[in-house]
Design a protein around this ligand. Structure first.
Ligand code: SAH
Length: 365
């Protein structure tokens, strides 16, 4: 007998038929009582997964320096919004603030906002950031950011946004849905109806792919970019996204579950594992350019961090605390080596037109 979130999803399927992968993700992650994020802090070595800000303070500090530079390049507006999307434990924002203090005038101009859907993580963020002594507010949605110049940051935010899946059959895209198996006690994938206008969300590169191809659709990315396009049409700003995924659209199922650092079956025990899907940076850039925005990158995370001064920062920290040399060297490797987070993770800036190219991107991107 399925109970809790699984039971509620099963009930919904029995009444209304199979649901999209996106609907399943939303229920599993943000069910107000039992959703994976709604109720707990899953980020950390002893928890379910680890992210770059938890690996090392250097990650957030270099992002803070990046913020300082783009703020100067916007002409040092006397007031601007510094917004983090999906701040997790608040660790990255606290490192951003520490680095921001080194940039004259930056902290006085910054108004800090966190956009967080999880009540449990809001509490953790409050505990992490109160000691920083900076006024920080929470907003529910990106649309709630007040007008004005803005810098938005999102590390491992876009990968949480619900995806839909489609499979090409006889030349047409059909949505891949989640239904119940014959026992009624377990979820399984089922083929749904032909996609209508949503077929526009199939990444360009995959449109002409052969029958049997699975494509992921990211309506959430489109929504975020639509907001940035509206916002940056009339006021300067940058958004920086760091996430895992390919630089070019790839076919295939990347919907995955991570529980206690292990891959798990995404359809089993919803609410007890982190559900994500890879970010498609080519598609993200495509949405952004369609919206009239400037795109820089994606750059592999390792290259971006080195261009921002990772090694210099590591040497400075080791200079202050030589006994931490091995530990800091390990953090540098974890963040930047190609077989660790250096290559799969990418960094992309989406900006208002007419601003200097943001730092950290050495290629022509
Ligand atoms: N940036 C943090 C956390 C990554 S986990 C880090 O790098 O450690 C994803 C974060 O995004 C969590 O804080 C989660 O609760 C939040 N989140 C996911 N979807 C969201 C949404 N639609 N709106 C607001 N926050 C969301």
């Amino acid at each position: 007998m399925m109970d809790g979130i699984a039971g509620r999803i099963a009930e919904r399927i029995r009444h209304g038929g199979p649901i999209s992968v996106a609907a399943f993700m939303t229920e599993a992650m943000f069910d107000p009582r039992e959703g994976f994020y709604a109720t707990r802090n899953p980020i950390g070595a002893g928890e379910d997964f680890i992210t770059a800000p938890a690996v090392s303070q250097m990650f957030g500090e270099l992002i803070g320096l990046w913020c300082g530079q783009v703020w100067m390049d916007m002409g040092r507006p006397a007031a601007f919004h510094l917004v983090e999307l999906g701040p997790g434990t608040g660790q990255m924002m606290s490192d951003v603030i520490r680095a921001g203090r080194a940039v004259p005038g930056f902290m006085a101009a910054a108004q800090f906002h966190l956009i967080e859907a999880s009540p449990a993580l809001k509490m953790v963020q409050g505990r992490t950031l109160t000691p920083m002594g900076v006024e920080i507010g929470w907003l529910d949605r990106i649309e709630d950011i007040p007008p004005g110049p803005a810098i938005l940051l999102g590390n491992e935010f876009l990968d949480c946004l619900p995806v839909r899946q489609a499979v090409k059959q006889k030349g047409q895209w059909h949505e891949r849905l989640i239904g119940l198996d014959e026992t009624g006690e377990a979820f399984r994938f089922v083929m749904g109806p032909r996609l209508g206008t949503e077929a526009d969300l199939v990444p360009e590169r995959l449109r002409e792919a052969p029958d049997g191809t699975l494509a992921e659709l990211r309506p959430g990315d489109q929504q975020v970019v639509d907001h940035l396009a509206r916002r940056f049409a009339g006021q300067p700003g940058h958004a920086l996204f760091i996430d895992y995924g390919p630089a070019q659209s790839e076919a295939g199922d990347t919907f995955q579950a991570i529980r206690q650092h292990q891959k798990a079956d995404p359809l089993e025990a919803p609410g007890t594992a982190d559900l994500t899907a890879r970010v498609d940076f080519e598609q993200l850039a495509h949405f952004a350019r369609q919206g009239g925005l400037a795109v820089t990158g994606p750059a592999p995370q390792g290259d971006w961090l080195r261009a921002m001064g990772l090694e210099v920062r590591a040497a400075a920290l080791i200079g202050q605390a030589p006994e931490l040399k091995t530990k800091i060297a390990r953090q540098v490797m974890r963040l930047s080596e190609p077989d660790q987070m250096g290559e799969l993770f990418k960094v992309m800036a989406i900006s208002a037109q007419g601003l200097p190219k943001p730092p950290g991107f050495t290629g022509d991107g």
